[in-house]
Design a binder for this molecule. Structure first.
Ligand code: ZN
Length: 401
């Protein structure tokens, strides 16, 4: 592994607890040894085995973390999108075999190789903006073989792009469309067959549930969370996206890593998140595509000291957005995050939403996931849409782009 010395950078460390804007550091040099930030200082001299990168005053930020995506899926739903704009109803599209059913069908029918190719295209878009850690969920197979295939494909993407991929089993995404299993019977299969299997084979790092009136009930969600706990896997939830179903409160009872969407979270339930140390994940891409008007209770979350993260929710139905920076911009404009909060949402708090404490900030002892930018200020990234790309991306100490 390369040892690196980055010299003369302006370091926006995003360190938690820093009083400075963007966790700005006085020091300008970063020494990376064996993939870890070993030293941060000024006028550091290069060791014989180090590659020197001259930053020439450019900004250095932590690699971004996209903590909620559905990046692996087969097919394409652009035709359906066009039909909807032509005035065709959701019900009619569903009757024609569209919607999530079409993604499930296409994902089942795609080979692993084909899924890898399709997923790599999307993952590259995210990486070129500086994403070095990516969460990917299953949930478009809803049968044993396809769910396992999706998780394996997610792992392959990490190897191909030299980034970190955190895998989440989301069997409880929807009911399988092609059989007459009742929801309770399908949840039996998720809890008794799939969760023990993905845990044993280390195919997933966490378990997720779509808890909603149109998804799974609170009772069914509890069963999935119990099975995950028994298998030693942490949980998270798609909760309070369309209604106040109290999924977030239930998730906190299981010390969930994160509760995601939460447009309908009641202010009176925010204290529960704070007490559980659960991260609130905001997904403005889905809010935008669904033309939602209900906003997450950001001010109450802020006042309670709940960490807020921002993610793309990249998926073929409700958030086909392959740009984490665009989502950070939307989180500021739609939900009222400050620029600082939006950037922390895709760095340190994104990492926390995945239970990762070794990244998301530039500090000694952390993973060397670093990006270099020629731009006026870190605020430029939230201010301009599609304005900047990092010219250098380092993931785990490796110069990947
Ligand atoms: Zn999602």
């Amino acid at each position: 592994m390369n040892n690196l010395l980055i010299r003369n950078a302006r370091i926006a460390s995003m360190q938690s607890g820093s009083e400075k804007h963007f966790g700005l550091l006085e020091e300008t040099d970063i020494r990376v040894t064996d993939g870890i930030i070993q030293e941060i200082g000024s006028n550091l001299s290069a060791q014989p085995n180090e590659t020197v990168i001259e930053a020439n005053g450019d900004w250095c930020l932590p690699g971004f973390v996209d903590c909620h995506t559905h990046l692996v899926y087969g097919g394409d739903r652009s035709e359906e999108f066009a039909q909807r704009l032509d005035g065709v109803s959701y019900e009619e599209i569903s009757r024609r075999g569209g919607g999530i059913k079409s993604s499930v069908r296409a994902t089942r029918n795609s080979s692993a190789e084909k899924l890898i190719t399709q997923t790599l295209r999307r993952a590259r878009r995210l990486r070129e903006e500086g994403v070095t850690t990516l969460e990917i969920k299953s949930g478009y197979g809803l049968d044993e073989d396809t769910e396992l295939k999706m998780l394996t494909v997610a792992g392959a993407v990490a190897d191909k792009l030299d980034i970190s991929v955190i895998k989440t089993y989301l069997g409880a995404h929807a009911l399988p469309p092609d059989n007459d299993l009742r929801a309770d019977e399908y949840i039996d299969f998720v809890c008794q067959v799939m969760i023990p299997k993905v845990a044993k084979e280390k195919l997933a790092d966490a378990v997720d549930v779509f808890c909603e009136t149109v998804g799974f009930s609170l009772k069914q969600t509890r069963r999935v969370f119990e099975a995950a706990r028994d298998a030693g896997l942490p949980v998270k939830g798609h909760v309070e996206q369309l209604s106040d179903s109290k999924g977030a409160v239930l998730a906190c009872e299981f010390q969930a890593l994160s509760v995601d969407h939460i447009e309908y979270l009641q202010e009176s339930d925010v204290a529960t998140l704070a007490a559980a140390g659960t991260v609130a994940v905001l997904l403005p891409g889905a809010y935008y595509y669904l033309k939602e008007t209900q906003k997450p209770p950001v001010q109450a979350l802020r006042e309670a000291g709940v960490d807020m993260a921002v993610a793309t929710d990249m998926n073929p139905g409700t958030s086909p957005v392959a740009s984490l920076l665009t989502c950070a911009n939307m989180a500021s404009l739609f939900f009222g995050l400050t620029v600082e909060e939006a950037l922390r949402g895709i760095t340190i708090n994104g990492a926390r939403a995945l239970g990762l404490h070794d990244r998301g900030e530039i500090a000694t002892g952390k993973r060397a996931d670093l990006t270099l930018w020629d731009m006026p200020s870190p605020a430029s990234l939230i201010y301009e849409i599609n304005g900047y790309r990092p010219h250098t991306i380092i993931a785990g100490g490796k110069h990947v782009a």
